[in-house]
Design a protein around this ligand. Sequence first.
Ligand code: AHR
Length: 497
Amino acid sequence: VKANMVVDKAFQISEIDPRVYGSFIEHLGRAVYGGIYEPNHPTADENGFRQDVLDLVKELQVPIVRYPGGNMVSAYNWEDGVGPKEDRPKRLELAWRVIETNQVGTNEFAQWAQKANTDVMMAVNLGTRGIDAARNLLEYCNHPGGTYWSDLRKSHGFENPHNIKTWCLGNEMDGPWQVGQKTAHEYGRLAYETGKAMRLVDPDIELVTCGSSNSQMPTFPDWEAETLEHTYEIADYISLHQYYGNRSGDTANFLAKSLDMENFIQTVIATCDYIKAKKRSKKTMYLSFDEWNVWFHSNEQDKQIDPWTIAPPQLEDVYTFEDALLIGSMLNTMLRHSDRVKIACMAQLVNVIAPIMTDNGGNAWKQSIFYPYYYTSVYGRGVALHPVVDSPKYDSKDFTDVPYLDPSVVYNEEKEELVIFATNRHLKHTLEVDIDVRSFEDYEVVEHVVLENDDAKAVNTAKQENVKPHTNGESYLDGGKLVGIFPKFSWNMVRLK
Ligand code: AHR
């Protein structure tokens, strides 16, 4: 099967904000306890952080990690997680119905983030709490000293402020599952007033206002329109969350789900711009896609978990090869919108719907989805170029005109490197793509990485890595033209220099 594509230096979408390769650690399941933190683990450092996990996180070059939730933040008292560990209360954690020991909190996470070479994206509780708790937490984290909360931080052993720049005004406040769910009006007012107070504490912060919990919410996109009426001038970003699954076992339809993401992004942009016009505002609202992934494998098993246990294995999806392909396409979709999507967080990072898995006391390993995330994060830095694509298409159960070829293109001027990421959604045939790379004269193919597998349901385990890329891709240059050879049902990265 053949396709065509034009790539040109002049067709620039935008500089890619590295924070689109962000991730997320929630106090949920074994993300924190048994994931990033396990004091008795053989690789634990003096702070109890697992080095094997840190190494894998560093390999991904994750620039920002959202914390501490998620649904959990909506009933969280941040004060429980600071000060001497022996004095910290155990609490009923209502979002996931477990016991939270609070052995990790704000300071420990900031410390971990520093070790992982990443920034913290902090969420405040707008479920059970509001302006007061948020402004106190911000003062605790960012104020240099000489006030109650900043001096308390110092007394807890953290002399220097954490200087956390990006703050989420609550989490999924439209969702009926959220403790303290709000109507759009209630949320809009609360988020605005909270943001206003936070800006008074620290004018340098950036704020993320909550968008809809997913594209299927009955209140989408009214929620965005109504809440932005209140928060437009205070917020810098609006959040999007989306998870996909393949419950019906329809792979062709599953691989097309990034088209829903595309549509979701476009609708949110349109809604933001509508409010911008209404307000005669000069400001552009950016998008923070701060939860995205595949999530469905663990749904049934999670129903069996007894409540009020400590760090049970919740949301431990074991990812398949086909999941990795959709992840590649979701990343491509966001890169094609890099002019508006400035932050994105793969949800989550360790154990909980995550690219990195661990055994308590044992090994850490890479799930299938680690790979497209890794390559896109490491090599997808620079300027996103608009790929002009002419691809054959197919129809699936929920989508029409699904292009077999799903690419994104990145030009790294500094490294003089052109990188093409491409998913071939065709389940049976190789895609041979004529790629006009006219403005990249004298470039040569340095690497063609392919993630392919005959078994859509192949998974990685602690013992065996069944899904991993190879570098024997066959793309080649032919008289100044690049011929992309993308095997059936595969994800690819072609790097030229
Ligand atoms: O990431 C898992 C959960 O998904 C988060 O806690 C919540 O925000 C979303 O519904």
